[in-house]
Design a protein around this ligand. Structure first.
Ligand code: PMP
Length: 394
């Protein structure tokens, strides 16, 4: 027997020693490329606001107007009286935008993933997940009580072996479309072909592709040209869409089933209606957002072509997530702190969010960044490599 609080203290002290304590910052400005955090101005490469919509005037006005008209609270869960016309309109707009028959809103991506996987899968079923999937997909598999197989990152052959050997009643393959800490795109066409061959379904988490990839930002499935009744997708609305929440889109029967069975949909109060009104404005901005996406991809190209380091390396990512792998926890933290001292915020991501010895700076780019912002980051990283001797940071 040990005292609970003593165990908590021991855990926190150990984390501190290992350089694994995670700190919150107090943001005191809108989310943007230039922010005020802990009372100081910073150039930020931290947010997932890939299109610069989090502080967009059209969204703010839509939210204000809807709040004046519809109030701020949803008041009850969706199946009681909480499902507002704005929620309904947004579901229809999102389904049409991603080219799926139907869509269902959840309050967050986390709630969507745990709700969908645990509703669709049960004890006699099997879930197959990429090892680098987002934590909430794993939590969903755990909650479902299905057998959970985790295959090596992007390893199509390993997935095929697992599917071939499985005698489960139903099979669901789950993958991030764009991996949140690596930025690479999953081989979804290959996964879908395997699903067709082995009678499985594919659940794609497009948290980081929706709004950014595909024609008019319609997401990773459109980017890869994939369409199938075996596909179910999830898109988050707090990243490129700039607000909060998530949606699941797929066959009408899947959506109807989720309304009856997804606990994180049923037993919770939906996000306030004005957020859906802001998101309706956001979907329009995304659809008409080619100039924003061009700016974002120009910034990605600039960073990739001009950053020239020998000690740390960018992972091969074509998306807004550009991870700079450092390896050691303390060194990643020291590099992040060095940049911070120069007024630039880039988060150091350490285990358990990423595998041991792959601590990294997760650089995320946005259409809100200007060329001078990205050049300032490149310059600071070049200086860091010169000034931070390995011994000095260990
Ligand atoms: N999936 C992925 C791949 C994510 O990166 C995230 C958020 N970081 C989520 C799901 C959860 O989404 P939300 O923040 O809306 O809960």
């Amino acid at each position: 027997m040990s005292d609970l609080l003593e165990s908590l203290r021991a855990d926190l002290e150990k984390r501190q020693t290992l350089g694994l304590i995670r700190q919150r910052r107090l943001l005191d400005s809108p989310q943007a490329e230039h922010i005020t955090a802990n009372g100081q101005p910073f150039l930020s490469f931290c947010s997932n606001d890939y299109l610069g919509l989090a502080n967009d005037a059209a969204l703010v006005v839509a939210l204000q107007q809807a709040a004046a008209e519809a109030g701020v609270g949803s008041g009850a869960s969706n199946l009681i009286t909480g499902h507002h016309r704005y929620h309904d309109q947004l579901e229809q707009a999102l389904a049409a935008f991603v080219g799926q028959p139907a869509a269902l809103l959840f309050s967050t991506g986390y709630m969507a993933n745990i709700g969908v996987v645990s509703a669709l899968m049960g004890r006699e079923d099997a879930v197959f997940s990429d090892k680098l999937n987002h934590a909430c997909l794993n939590d969903g598999a755990f909650l479902s009580r299905a057998t959970h197989h985790r295959f090596p990152h992007n390893d199509v052959a390993a997935l095929e072996k697992l599917l071939q050997a499985s005698t489960a009643r139903h099979k669901l393959v789950t993958a991030d479309a764009v991996f949140s800490m690596d930025g690479d795109i999953a081989p979804l066409a290959e996964y879908l072909a395997l699903c067709e061959r082995y009678d499985a379904y594919l659940y794609v988490d497009d948290a980081h592709g929706f709004g950014v990839l595909g024609p008019q930002g319609r997401g990773s499935l459109k980017h890869l040209g994939l369409q199938s009744p075996r596909l179910i997708m999830m898109g988050t609305l707090g990243k490129a869409a700039g607000v909060a929440g998530a949606f699941v889109a797929g066959q009408q029967i899947v959506i109807d089933y989720l309304i009856q069975h997804a606990n994180s949909y049923i037993y919770t109060t939906p996000a306030p209606p004005p957020l859906s009104a802001a998101l309706l404005a956001s979907v329009k901005e995304i659809e008409q957002g080619d100039a924003r996406r061009k700016q974002l991809f120009d910034m990605i190209a600039l960073l990739k072509s001009e950053l020239s380091l020998t000690r740390w390396h960018l992972l091969p990512s074509e998306t807004a997530i550009q991870p700079l792998v450092v390896g050691d926890n303390h060194e990643a933290l020291a590099l992040s702190q060095y940049l911070q001292a120069r007024g630039i915020l880039v988060p150091a991501i350490r285990p358990p969010t990423v595998p041991v010895n792959t601590s990294r700076l997760r650089i995320s780019l946005s259409a809100a960044h200007r060329e001078s912002d990205v050049r300032a980051l490149i310059q600071a990283l070049h200086d860091a490599e010169r000034e931070l001797a390995i011994g000095a940071v260990a």
